[in-house]
Every structure is written in structure tokens, then in C-alpha cells.
Ligand binder design. Structure first.
Ligand SMILES: C[S@@+](CC[C@H](N)C(=O)[O-])C[C@H]1O[C@@H](n2cnc3c(N)ncnc32)[C@H](O)[C@@H]1O
Length: 294
């Protein structure tokens, strides 16, 4: 049980250390289930899902205790619980919480076991929740999709690089919105089975998936998108700018409000101009442009 004011920061940190799913239960949610009395008001319960082949429960618990104490949430330590769940149960747990999400007027994310909503939006993306981040349950993904939709509506892109593709959700959207060449890269090879499944069940062909580091690519793209936490965006800023073609655009998501200014400044210092910002809750996305030379 965590003070609600710390929920956003804990969620961001859990994703940063490798959570592939997150569920936040607040007073309001429990009220609908007639369970509100089990949670003090202004408190939330957070469930983070981590692949057990990569994270030891004991190490995770120690890191969580350190984080909670450092953030002044010592009272939450006594309510920490951990459990290992079988893959089938994980899928079932997701089924309970993963439902159709309308991202924008023309995009909806639909779990692969549900029928698309009616009236049918212009674009439905079918997602199988698996080992990769990018089901749309996280605000930074929905924000990146909204921003991508608007950026492509304002000006189409002939080529797009999706850095940190995860489930391939952004690559799928870009392809279905008419981008001819799409490349998705991720430094975690474990995401590609899920990404390939999602591409296939959306009928998207020709997206190249690869674990090649962004700094080692030698191609440049009309539009580069990266929904990755702010410290990583800053660390790979030079490579992201190098992959953006002259006159092209770079779309960043995964920043908290407090990180937006510093992160954008890093890219402006590298010669880009900041064009637009999108917000959802505490999360921010930004579109930057690389000027044509000469
Ligand atoms: C927040 S998820 C985004 C997934 C998906 N693109 C979305 O919008 O939901 C970030 C992804 O970036 C990957 N990642 C983190 N650092 C990276 C890096 N330096 N290069 C490439 N991928 C990276 C992670 O493995 C993860 O799959």
C-alpha cells in the first residue's frame, strides 16, 4: 500500500528496472468491486510483473525496500508481497486487466482475444501481451501512439526507425498508417518473438527487427521514434540525432514532466529544434526537427 502521490514515480522506476507489466489499483477501482475498505484513502496498490528468468524475487525485494525507504515510503515496506506465477496464469492475469483502449479518434488497441469495438476505429492494433513492453497499458505508449498519429497526419514519412520497439506497437502503427520502410530495434533480444507475433497478427509485412545498437546503424530515417526512459534517451542522444535524416523528425516519449526540459535541451544542443509537446498524466512526448543543411 503506497501513498497515491508516489504511484507515478514508483511505476516509472519499476519499468526502468525491467517490469514488463504494471497494474495500479486505487480506491476508486476497489469501490466498484465493493472492496474500498481494504485500502486506506489516498493510497494505491501496485502490482509489477517481471520475467522470472531475469529477476530474482529476493533481489527485487531488496531493491524495492531501498527505493521505498529512499522516497520516504517506509510504511509501505510491511505490505510488500511477492509471488511467482506460471506463464499461463500470467496470461490469465493480464486478460483480467488488459482491455480495449481508445488511444485517439482513429486508433484503438485491442487484445488479441477480443473483437474490435464498434463503430470500428480507422486503425485497430491487435496486441498479444507477452514478454515485451508495449501493450498500451502504460501512458508513455499511448502518448507515443497519439503523437505518432499526429506527426504522420501532419507529414507522412517514407522511412521510420523505432528505437526500443518492444512489442512493435509503434512499428505496426507506422506501417498501417502508410510508412513504407520501418525498422524496429531493441537491445533486449527477448522482445522479438512477441514483436513478430504482433506484426503477423496485424498483417504487417516487411518490418525489419534487429538487436543492432542504434549507434551502429548507418542508415538515416525520415522519422525516428523512441519511447525509452529519459536517462537512456539522453545517453543515446547523439546516435538518435545521427539516425535522423536532414529535414527529418525525432519523436521522443518516456519522459516525465520534470525530465522534459533537460532531455529536450540535450537534443537542441545537438542542433535539433523542439516543435511540439504532448502530455498524458505525468508523461510527456516531444517532436523535434533536424534542419536541412545549407
Ligand atoms: C518503454 S519500452 C517501449 C516499447 C514500445 N516501443 C512502446 O512504445 O510501448 C522501451 C524499450 O526500449 C528498449 N531499450 C532500452 N534501452 C535501449 C537502447 N539503448 N537501445 C535499444 N532499445 C532499448 C527496452 O528493451 C524496451 O523494450
Amino acid at each position: 500500500m503506497l501513498p497515491a502521490a508516489s504511484a507515478e514515480a514508483l511505476g516509472a522506476w519499476l519499468f526502468q528496472i525491467g517490469a514488463v507489466g504494471l497494474e495500479t489499483v486505487d480506491h476508486e477501482t476497489l469501490r466498484y468491486r465493493n472492496l474500498a475498505a481494504t485500502l486506506p484513502e489516498a493510497h494505491v496498490q501496485i502490482v509489477g510483473y517481471f520475467p522470472s528468468d531475469q529477476h530474482s524475487p529476493d533481489v527485487l525485494r531488496d531493491r524495492l525496500v531501498d527505493w521505498l525507504c529512499a522516497e520516504g515510503c517506509d510504511d509501505a515496506v510491511s505490505s510488500l508481497r511477492g509471488a511467482t506465477i506460471a506463464a499461463e496464469d500470467w496470461a490469465e492475469a493480464w486478460r483480467e486487466h488488459f482491455t480495449i483502449q481508445r488511444v485517439s479518434e482513429r486508433i484503438a488497441i485491442v487484445p488479441d482475444w477480443l473483437a474490435p469495438p464498434e463503430p470500428r476505429p480507422a486503425l485497430t492494433i491487435r496486441i498479444h501481451p507477452g514478454r515485451a513492453f508495449g501493450t498500451g497499458t502504460h501512458e508513455s505508449t499511448r502518448l507515443a501512439l497519439c503523437a505518432l498519429d499526429e506527426a504522420l497526419r501532419a507529414r507522412r514519412a517514407t522511412s521510420l526507425l523505432d528505437v526500443g520497439c518492444g512489442s512493435a506497437i509503434l512499428s505496426i502503427a507506422a506501417s498501417l498508417l502508410g510508412t513504407e520502410r520501418v525498422v524496429g530495434i531493441d537491445n533486449d533480444e527477448g522482445v522479438f518473438d512477441n514483436a513478430s507475433l504482433n506484426l503477423a497478427q496485424n498483417g504487417v509485412e516487411g518490418v525489419e527487427l534487429s538487436a543492432i545498437p542504434v549507434a551502429e546503424l548507418d542508415e538515416s530515417f525520415d522519422l525516428v521514434v523512441a519511447n525509452i526512459i529519459a536517462p537512456v534517451l539522453q545517453a543515446i542522444a547523439g546516435a538518435l540525432v545521427a539516425r535522423t535524416a536532414a529535414g527529418g523528425r525525432l519523436l521522443l516519449s518516456g519522459m516525465l514532466d520534470v525530465q522534459l526540459g533537460e532531455t529536450c535541451r540535450r537534443f537542441v544542443d545537438l542542433g535539433l529544434s523542439h516543435q511540439q509537446t504532448w502530455s498524458q498524466g505525468e508523461w510527456r512526448a516531444a517532436l523535434l526537427r533536424k534542419e536541412r543543411r545549407g
